[in-house]
Design a protein around this ligand. Sequence first.
Ligand code: GAL
Length: 976
Amino acid sequence: MRYFEDLSPSTGGREPRAWLRSSRPRIDLNGSWSFKLWDGAPDGIPTVDESWGALTVPGHWVLQGHERPRYTNTAFPFPIDPPYTPDANPTGDHVRTFDVPEYWPVDGAVLRFEGVDSCFKVWVNGIEVGTAKGSRLPSEFVVGEHLRPGRNLLAVRVHQWSSGSYLEDQDMWWLPGIFRDVTLLARPLIDDVFVHASYDHLTGAGTLRVETVPDAVVRVPELGIVAAPGESVAIDAVEPWSAEEPRLYDATVDVPGETVELRIGFRTVAMVDGLFTANGRPLFFRGVNRHEHDERRGRAMTVEAMRQDLVLMKQHNVNAVRTAHYPPHPAFLDLCDELGLWVIDECDIETHGFIYTDWRGNPADDPDWAPMMLDRMRRMVERDKNHPSVVIWSLANESHRGRNFGTLAAWTRERDPDRAVFYERDRTYEFSDFYSLMYPPLEDLEAIGTRTEDVPDETADRPDLEARRRALPFILAEYAHAMGNGPGGLADYQRILEHYPRLQGGFVWEWIDHGLLLPGATDHVYGGDFGERLHGANFCIDGLLFPDRTPSPGLLEYKKVLEPIRITGPDPLTVHNHRTFTGVDDLTLVWSITTDGTEVASGHLEAPDISPGRSADLPTPAAPFSTDEQLLTVRAVLAKDTAWAAAGHEVAWAQFPVEPPAAPAAAEAAEAASVLEGSPTAVLLEDGEVLRLGGGEFDRATGQLTRLFGHQVDGLVLDLWRAPTDNDNGQGGRNGVTQEWRAAGLDRLLHRVESVEVQDDGLLVRARVAPEGLGLAVRTTYRWRAYDDQLQLTVDVQPEGEWAGTAVTPRCGSWPRVGVRMTLPRTLENVQWYGGGPGESYADSRETARVGRYECTVDELQTPYVVPQENGARTDVRWAELTDADGNGLRVTGAPLFQLTARRWTTEDLETARHRSDLTPRDHIYVNLDLAQNGLGSASCGPPTRDSLQVAPYTYTLGFHAVKPRSAGPEDHQIP
Ligand code: GAL
């Protein structure tokens, strides 16, 4: 059998060991290699000739112009024929020379690969030294005897497909190649190190024991420790490591000729009374699932990008990361230790594609595959065992049930009893220290919190396993699928997660969109962009970061709901410390009061240090008298620079109506009432085919608004449609709403004006708005009246007919939006508003929207989702202005609130675009002024959206005003 198809993990390799920073000489073998791609696996030793090109290592050949990347979600892109691979097995030969200096200690030298996808064979100076599988794991070969001073030749043959591929069916791009570092290491004298550093939270004492080679000396200078290998050293007082305070102690392990540098964190994790604790306290994960992804480099990550990921996580209140679904580059875990993140380190095992054989032949349940699986577990645990940040070992992702997990768990517990073991997909949880699910609806989560969840089928007739499972703490392994615009509902999940002690937090799916930017391209690609027949489309564009690492609105929302400090108020104004270990003396509280969005007072509040889990009341700042809307905003910001943010960085905030507490609501209602009930001050003029009312001009026959304060407008009509989001679409037709919306014809509504009534106080236009091909409708009236400088529109919407469904028409229970759309001249491109902002917000993703005055251009209102879809709405808008470069334009006021969307393309353009470059600005600005929109949810992989906009009667009112240049003096307003 060919080595890349057999079930041996590797041949000729060294035993797995820790990733160590050693003083031994090393030669970096990254850089430019000669490269040749073959359609299948060639025989013989790779030999460079003129047909070869060059390739940068680390790197994936498919991102450097050879062949193409391929994305599938669950399906193997080859027949399920384990352990075989198709004949068309792309194979990349990589060859380079390197110089070994005369003095360099070749004896026992080790060639180390941090990650090669998926199977490879190595030759040094023409001599075969071994093979390896396990893409996201290190391999080492002893090559010293084959080296010589001066020029040496290294050849590596990489097969894209191997038996190992059957264990690597993660939902991500298939990216072959030598994608992590390659290094030649002088023979390690310190072969391995295993640090055991615990912390006793009752006494504050630490214990240190370092297993390593005999005769080594372990030193921790700061603690005055000089110890022998295996010696247990008690330290009366140490500062513990936690994600909140990642205290590390520098240490060394020495033997003559080698020093290994360590950074030790003292911490103890344990299961106590059914909860997972660190240093004596139950942990709560505010987590994300992170794949390694770089828009240009794929999984060949730079240390800068790794650090950027972690800095962004810290800045957004994330405290935990699941390394979905494989061990990350080892430097990433060093950074987690340094910056402070709890880590679930996941093994490189996923056999998801066996779902298509109904799990027949699943390697996880076939003892023949046990050695290969155990090899992966060992290589992860041994490599990563010294990181204080790693607190849980995850056996795999989505590989169904199988005996081999018993083998992996048993070995892991034996080797490292000081950490917990996790596996989500075996519903007996026999081998896991946690109960876990993905994407449950809120009701299920709540039931788990109260331990009233249904018994899984798998444990129904196993009372022993069921009793064990029911006693386990729960981790939400994945939830809130952040695909496209979304996720919605984060606050609902957080509320439940925080409420029940059994629920120890969750991990949003997922950290970053996997969009790839190929050389010379401007659009990010995803599955299907190369005409592949089998692909996962844009299901991998589901991150909280855009592919270029810009935070999406979803991440800003997550930051808000995760706040470890909560501020409630305004009277009493209370600060709650939701951290686990630390007080709040790293924070400063600043406040400001705005009147109609303009700051009128501000200051600092002296907060006492508040212990974890406690709260404190502070004096509520007094507001100056005003009848206008006044808001108090209180912010908790970093008092000093940290490793991940500068002083002033905002950790938490809250906003409250003030003085008197009910004032804004009352004022809004009063304003609304006065607008609605006052007497119109302008009368309608008929002028041939044109009707004039206040600042508006209407077509006599259709009642259509044609000009607004001199600006040409078009098509102001009821709008119920939006460009469906990925979450609207659901997953494979499940849980989505788009199908229902389309079946009800909401994407093809036509208008029929029934009457244009000129009335004493204005204009009343009645219309029937209805879809092609169906009998249901929406009776709509547009009532226009003019008051002083305001033209006012009240829209009344009455659903009529079979929205509840018939024998042939399905039920339609929700609408995408209720509002009006219209076009404005393209010059009115500067936007100002007083309302929620600065970014977009939706019914179930608006915690992060703060009421204020904002301004930007129409282009800047857009959120650049990789796959265009509904985006950019601003909610809770009191007023908005759209003006041209001279400051002329329109102002829209709500009665009291509305939602604003403005773009240079139509909803239909947005709906049909598959990539951002498909959107070309048109000659107008398309504006939606909504009463409401449907929520977002995360049904692209998850339950149906809860915040739905019901099909029901609605009425709402808008006011339109002229805007003139602000610099103009008051008398200028008199000029007609
Ligand atoms: C999960 C899986 C992830 C990803 C996600 C949906 O079931 O573990 O890898 O596929 O669904 O994006």
